[in-house]
Design a binder for this molecule. Structure first.
Ligand code: ZN
Length: 317
């Protein structure tokens, strides 16, 4: 287990900082790297909550409590693992009961959901309320190959940590060939799939990102101009379905970035400032839901521009 500190120093340090400042949230989604490494990070995170010799936010990994967690023998640290094709609503209900979420005696309980992308929509929806209004001292850790595989409604309610993936060098270089800077390509790949990114260029990607955060700033000021921005600033940069896909990915990321900024987690990807500073967390969560619905409408072929204009009105209202 010592290897995890060398394997994923960046994420471990970020969590260490969070734990030291007592800012641990109640739900995390950890993706990328391998399933084994993801699981090790989750175990390490669980150990930080139980270790007898926690020092500077780091568990010793050698005390009895740490060992028990690593062996899967701590009844307060529950891991959902399945060989089935999906994790259904009944599985979630069963584990929620197991983890005894109604008991609020303040005792720390941790639910690790392995292969969270296997959750059915019903299973995900069943967890939404738990994530929104966590009971007792529950910490939920979702593990997935890619955060993008989870429902947007889940993604917008958790903090997402991407483990370092050393294997996407090829994708990065293919983007560098179409004008992305290396760092920009690495960031973009955390947000969107390569097939959509290949339909753009480094410069267009940057322009689109600037246009979308500008649009959000207008919404933040409740300016009705934001409605016009769609036509004047965004649509000229969006030529096809791939670009439209990028817009949805980037908007999702902006909402997630805002939460990171508000929770003082130094991991926002697209924006460095809180572009919706006048809006409450509840409003941002509800914007996120509107965005999810908008994306569903788009998938059923409603015109893209009309969808963004409609979002403008909702974000301003
Ligand atoms: Zn320990």
């Amino acid at each position: 287990m010592e290897s995890i500190l060398e394997e994923q120093p960046r994420v471990i340090q970020e969590f260490q900082k969070i734990i030291n400042s007592n800012m641990l949230s109640h739900a995390y989604l950890i993706d990328s790297a391998s399933s084994k490494i993801r699981q090790q990070v989750a175990i390490w995170l669980a150990q930080t909550q139980f270790c007898d010799n926690l020092q500077n936010g780091m568990p010793d990994q050698t005390c009895q409590r740490c060992k028990t967690i690593a062996m899967g023998d701590n009844p307060d640290v529950l891991e959902i693992k399945t060989d089935k094709q999906s994790i259904g609503v009944d599985d979630i209900k069963y584990f929620k009961k197991e983890v005894n979420m109604t008991a609020t005696q303040g005792k720390r309980r941790i639910l690790i959901i392995d292969e969270a992308e296997k959750m059915t929509n019903a299973a995900s929806n069943n967890l939404l309320k738990t994530i929104e209004e966590p009971e007792g001292n529950l910490l939920i850790i979702f593990l997935a190959d890619s955060a993008k595989q989870l429902l947007q409604t889940i993604r917008s309610r958790v903090q997402i940590f991407h483990l370092s993936n050393k294997s996407n060098d090829d994708e990065v270089s293919s983007l560098v060939e179409i004008g992305f800077k290396t760092e920009q390509a690495e960031t973009a790949l955390k947000i969107s799939d390569i097939k959509f990114l290949q339909a753009t260029t480094g410069e267009s990607y940057k322009q689109l990102s600037v246009a979308l955060s500008g649009w959000m700033k207008e919404c933040n000021q409740n300016k009705i101009n934001s409605f016009i921005d769609v036509q004047t600033d965004i649509m000229p940069l969006v030529d096809n379905k791939d670009h439209q896909h990028l817009v949805f990915d980037m908007l999702n990321q902006i909402f997630s970035d805002i939460l990171s900024i508000r929770y003082n987690v130094n991991k926002s990807l697209l924006i460095k400032e809180d572009v919706l500073s006048n809006k409450s967390i509840q409003q941002i969560v509800s914007f996120s839901d509107e965005l999810f619905k908008a994306e569903e409408m788009w998938k059923s072929n409603v015109a893209f521009q009309a969808i963004l204009e409609d979002l403008s009105l909702k974000f301003v209202g």
